[in-house]
Design a protein around this ligand. Structure first.
Ligand code: SAH
Length: 217
């Protein structure tokens, strides 16, 4: 085992399992994906630390535990098509890649989109497609999605994402709630009814675009 695999083993044990994530497929994916290769610097010695990290353009790669938590909340199946909004480094998309059939990932910053697409191609995460666009309206071409994940904080849940969600599927996103951020989990039931529960407080960069915050890029 190389030093990075050992670091990943320890990351999964100390940061993820210890905090209560038990989904063995998610744990296996977290053990497998080389997180350090998604960092902009090749000498990413701190890639397995228990924290988010900068990836350039004022954006961040999420803390490993948050990636594992959001992934397990989606309750994925191998046949699913999943939509991610906020590709960033491509790391979260890579974690999803081994758990589902297809990952569609949207990134508003064209430089980040291209860099992530290159990393994912280089590492052979071939079932991930990255599109450089405003993802706050979702991506109707491949709907319905059996899971949707937003990795930037929205002011309110974007309506198009709820519409593009399949029945019996989950949408997981950070939303602003009374000045703080919460991880919100929407579920569409078999008859199309929507309901949500709020999970832990989180700290994500803002979602921009039509259904996000109206801030200059
Ligand atoms: N999931 C990423 C981390 C995402 S950071 C990873 O694993 O590395 C949040 C990302 O959301 C940033 O890259 C930011 O540019 C992007 N973003 C913000 N608003 C967006 C929008 N409307 N559509 C698509 N991407 C958006």
């Amino acid at each position: 085992m190389d030093t990075f695999s050992l670091q990943r083993e320890s990351m999964v044990k100390r940061q993820i399992e210890r905090r209560g994530i038990t989904d063995t497929r998610v744990l296996e994916a977290m053990r497998m994906v080389p997180r350090h290769l998604f960092f902009p610097r090749p000498d990413a010695f701190d890639a397995y630390a228990d924290s988010p990290a900068p990836i350039g353009f004022g954006q961040t790669i999420s803390q490993p535990y948050i990636v594992a938590l959001m992934t397990s909340l989606l309750q994925l199946s191998p046949t699913d098509t999943i939509l991610e909004i906020g590709t960033g480094s491509g790391y979260q998309a890579a974690v999803l890649s081994s758990l589902v059939n297809r990952v569609v990932s949207l990134e508003i910053n064209p430089y980040l989109a291209e860099r992530a697409a290159n990393t994912l191609r280089w590492l052979h995460f071939d079932n991930v497609q990255v599109f450089a666009c405003d993802g706050s309206s979702g991506y109707p071409a491949f709907q319905p999605y059996q899971g949707i994940l937003v990795t930037a904080c929205a002011p309110v849940t974007p309506q198009p994402l709820l519409e593009q969600l399949d029945s019996e599927a989950h949408l997981v996103l950070p939303v602003e709630e009374r000045g703080g951020q919460r991880l919100r989990i929407w579920k569409k039931d078999a008859s199309g009814h929507l309901g949500y529960t709020d999970h832990i407080p989180v700290a994500f960069v803002p979602l921009r675009g039509k259904f996000g915050y109206q801030i200059a890029p």
